[in-house]
Ligand binder design. Sequence first.
Ligand SMILES: [Zn+2]
Length: 375
Amino acid sequence: MQFADVIGHTELKTRLLTTASEGRVSHAQLFLGPEGSGALPMALAYAQYLVCSQPSAFDSCGTCSSCVKSAKLVHPDISYSFPVAPKEKLSQPKSVDFITQFRLAVQQQPYLNYHDWVQALEIENKQGLINIHEARNIIQRLSLKSVEGSFRVILLWYPEKMNVEAANCLLKILEEPEEKTVFLLVAENDESIPLTILSRTQLVKVNRLSDTDMFNGLSRLTDIDPKVARSVALRANGNYRLALHLLEEEDPDADDALLFLEWMRACLKLNVVKLQQMSEQMAAIGRERQKAFFEFSLSIVRECLMINYGDERLVRIEGKDKDNFIRFAPFIQQRNAEAFIRELNNAHYHVERNANFKILFMDLSFRIFHLLNAK
Ligand SMILES: [Zn+2]
């Protein structure tokens, strides 16, 4: 993967390129970014740049033999470490046992997350782990000499899933690896990474994608209508994986802004018939879209606060929707905003865990009725 294939993040790319060309490559870096921000693609592009034999100031060349091997995830000096689980006769699973699945999954969709990976592994009811066998295997891999003579990279995906035993085993080598050995850790949530590991890495923060970067990223897809790209970019809120899911859904043109306003009107007057109708309609749209709708609703609550207390120019919504939300904004005030956000986050959490959507939606709507009418 080249930097050119990674969506957005121009500033971060420049920073990585500059430090690499100046020879300031830290031996343990943590690429930390929320789901769909592109932390994994960024680390892959960086690794390819480090081993490329003819890099320019802007990117790896993409054509030398190192680049070709990196792109296929078969470069002998880049090795991958990721969560795995015991399967069939494998009682001591290591990443190398699943490297074929990993290559396939990442090449198909480099913006994948842990759940996608668990599905690809077909271990759905088990927890993927980076375990002691894997840690020992990493050390073993590093005892071999670099094949092509340049950097040697260990890309460790989801250090959140590393257990204490494995973490302890890796501490020393992470702190003092051999020269030109680079650990790239790629994570979503630094709170779940063993502290001993975290403290030994240099942070490379990958932010949520901006709406513009997301729109440009989506525009690279063939056959995408700019109007759809704009609507999906807004609803995906910086998460490219979610954006792809939204595009796959039956109705990529779904108007969450309109749906949200309809919902709020029904909540305000406690129109139970309408709410029941909506709960049925929304129960049918699938979990990813339900989650996206609650994420969108959360962003609207924040936008309303911005309209009420902040700077209207910071508001992301445009066009006719903006006027509608300006009219709705007074219903969100400091006294109820916090509870609003809590309720929506709760709903999102329970949708993710397969709660009965209709019950959840009705219950949430009653709570919102009280919040909207609270004096
Ligand atoms: Zn190259």
